[in-house]
Design a protein around this ligand. Structure first.
Ligand code: C5P
Length: 227
């Protein structure tokens, strides 16, 4: 049996990019490697949780003891997450979900003809906000990639998306994040008095950052239970 602060808990984590199909051979996506989400899944397992990792396409192997559900598009990710969170204690949205998808996916490969053409895009569902604002929502953690006013946007997102914690990274520093094995983040949450708290996690391996995020989460949970 697993030991640790999350023993008996179910933690659902999204990771990686999404792929939004254009036609049978093409898609829109981004450079997310999935490393941060996979590191969180491995550490959550190590700290005793039952873990479901809903993953977009990545090059990574599922961490041992973690149940991985493979998805491609944002809509598929939302569906898989909604199925997984019904009994979840915690939901961590680490995926780089495409903000838009194609308004219509072409059934056949699109042929080149005109010198200029356009793709019509429509907004994708916000998976984190959908889960966080649902009835019996688990405790939700979001990630934020900002280039300026990190604290301001983090507090706004905490409130707007009804989150327990935000992990923000400054994406203007290209030596961290995305395909890197290291990361540096600032965690934001509200204490029992409703005051914004923050903790800087200096540059470290993603496995270390993941553990620090989860330890902070465990502390938050113990306060929530005590109050
Ligand atoms: O609003 P923004 O995209 O900056 O929020 C980022 C956070 O929301 C991340 O935790 C990301 O995983 C989550 N998200 C999501 N579904 C979306 C967009 C973002 O779950 N469609």
């Amino acid at each position: 049996p697993q030991q640790g602060p999350f023993r008996g808990q179910h933690i659902v984590i999204t990771a990686g990019p999404t792929r939004e199909p254009i036609d049978p051979v093409r898609y829109l996506s981004n450079h997310s490697s999935g490393k941060m989400g996979y590191a969180l899944a491995a550490q959550a397992r190590r700290l005793g949780a039952r873990v479901t990792l809903v993953s977009g396409p990545t090059q990574l192997a599922a961490p041992e003891g973690v149940q991985r559900v493979d998805v491609e598009s944002a809509e598929e990710m939302l569906e898989a997450v909604q199925a997984a969170v019904t009994d979840a204690d915690v939901f961590i949205a680490c995926a780089a979900v495409a903000d838009y998808r194609l308004a219509t996916v072409a059934e056949q490969k699109i042929k080149k003809s005109a010198d200029r053409t356009q793709l019509e895009l429509v907004r994708n569902p916000d998976i984190l906000a959908t889960v966080a604002t649902s009835d019996n929502a688990p405790l939700c953690i979001g990630f934020a990639a900002e280039t300026q006013e990190v604290a301001h946007y983090a507090e706004d997102k905490l409130k707007r998306k009804k989150l327990a914690m935000i992990a923000a990274n400054d994406v203007s520093d290209s030596s961290i994040g995305f395909n890197s094995d290291a990361n540096a983040m600032t965690l934001f949450w509200h204490d029992a008095q409703g005051q914004l708290q923050q903790k800087d996690l200096p540059r470290a391996a993603k496995s270390h950052i993941a553990e620090a995020i989860l330890r902070q989460l465990a502390q938050l949970q113990s306060h929530t239970r005590a109050s």
